[in-house]
Write a protein of this length. Structure first.
Length: 254
């Protein structure tokens, strides 16, 4: 592992601890932890496992959100040594939430503005090409309509995008764009989605703006951990939904 990446690991681990210690009791996820069985307080066991075993993935998630090509290239060189482990984790159903740079690097490759090719992990078949036209950079608020889970639950996901990369050959998108751009400038589809992988350009804060998405991730991880269909008790999301409605009305109209 390079000295640059080692510093990233130290920074990220400290950041995780700091944010958890300060905010865990005040987040949507923290309330959900009490829903665990057998006294466990770690519903996101899959995600935490990935944090410890695949720390380079966490570096991408935290540090490569809209990062420059040079930094993306450095991290990609480190990630490639975990390529088989990551593919195995995906195949085994471990949940991955991939945002922006991480989304791109799980594809075939990322091609920069100057033509340089950054090989991806080839976990999925899509690829990304940077748009040289700065006027067509995808930046701003975005709303996506998506379907979560096997019960075809439809919801709107709110976020913020900031990417010059245009992603192609998506077999199954995360959702339909209602406001904003998406995978490409002016696109109608956003992100990539399979049962245990959500790859998206939506920054956020993604989870706190979208409690239903947060619930989906928690339930998936609980179902996998206990090998049964877990029912989450209902939480009062009135405040979150009030904020969401204000944003949805502003972006998409009443």
């Amino acid at each position: 592992m390079s000295r640059f990446s080692l510093k990233c690991v130290v920074y990220v681990e400290r950041l995780i601890v700091m944010l958890y210690a300060k905010n865990v009791r005040h987040t949507h996820i923290s309330h959900q932890t009490h829903r665990c069985k057998n006294g466990s307080n770690s519903p996101l066991i899959d995600i935490l496992l990935v944090m410890k075993l695949l720390i380079s993935v966490i570096m991408i998630l935290f540090l490569q959100v809209g990062g420059a090509d040079n930094e993306q290239s450095i991290l990609a060189q480190d990630l490639v040594q975990y390529k088989d482990n990551i593919k195995e984790a995906v195949d085994n159903g471990v949940f991955f939430l991939l945002i922006c740079g991480a989304y791109q690097l799980f594809g075939k490759y990322y091609k920069g503005v100057d033509g340089n090719l950054i090989p991806g992990l080839e976990v999925f078949d899509y690829y990304t090409v940077a748009n040289p036209d700065r006027k067509k950079r995808c930046i701003g608020n975005i709303v996506v309509e998506t379907i979560l889970g096997n019960d075809n639950f439809k919801t709107k996901v709110i976020g913020f995008e900031n990417h010059g990369g245009q992603t192609f050959d998506i077999s199954n998108s995360f959702g339909k764009v209602l406001f904003g751009n998406g995978n490409k400038f002016g696109d109608s589809e956003e992100g990539f989605f399979k049962n245990n992988v959500i790859a998206t350009y939506l920054h956020g804060p993604l989870l706190s703006k979208n409690p239903e998405l947060c619930d989906y991730i928690i339930k998936y991880c609980l179902d996998r951990k206990y090998n049964e269909n877990i029912s989450l008790e209902s939480l009062n999301d009135d405040f979150e939904n009030l904020c969401r409605n204000q944003l949805l009305n502003r972006f998409c109209g009443p």
